[in-house]
Design a protein around this ligand. Sequence first.
Ligand SMILES: Nc1ncnc2c1ncn2[C@@H]1O[C@H](COP(=O)(O)OP(=O)(O)OP(=O)(O)O)[C@@H](O)[C@H]1O
Ligand SMILES: [Mg+2]
Length: 183
Amino acid sequence: MLSLDQHFRPLSRYFTGVADFFSLSLIEDAIELNAGAFHRHAVDVVRRYDKVPPVAVDKHKVLQILINLLQNAKQAVASTEIRRITISIEKLADTVRVSISDSGMGIRPENLNKVFTHGFTTRKDGHGFGLHSGANAAKEMGGQLTAHSDGEGKGATFILSVPLATQTAIAKTPTVRATQSVA
Ligand SMILES: Nc1ncnc2c1ncn2[C@@H]1O[C@H](COP(=O)(O)OP(=O)(O)OP(=O)(O)O)[C@@H](O)[C@H]1O
Ligand SMILES: [Mg+2]
């Protein structure tokens, strides 16, 4: 039986950080890191998890992306009456998709394509780095990060898509076969 570390060693050229399977526990870790703030702000966290196959991802990148999305969502609902954040994970034909939707302040149409720009922030204490580096991290994994909002006061949804194809490509590399035959 291969340990997780042995399993991922041949994949190291695909990852700059710690490799792991994309799993619900990774999402739960990101939620847990924000749990205190969710509690303080009386945020209702709704989970809609589909069964998804294991997808190899860079754990640090996914955590970095999700933590910022959850923080942003928390900030967006802090000033609204209904404070709900819905986290969904689903499998599409060739991707796993994680969506973080909030019932918060929403995003004006003219700002929607600016939110990924380095330094764009509407928050007093914001830096405008989170989404920019999150979008880059998603690209480096072969995926993407997208934003949707019907406008001010209408909430927002951010979607992280990670390709299932990475898994297939990795499984076909000779290095992986060699390692498996040793085990
Ligand atoms: N869920 C959301 N609802 C409404 N606006 C959002 C949401 N998420 C992001 N934004 C907008 O996008 C901007 C950029 O977000 P980003 O995470 O990049 O930076 P930030 O949160 O302002 O600062 P930081 O660098 O500390 O993350 C925010 O300032 C806000 O205007
Ligand atoms: Mg942020």
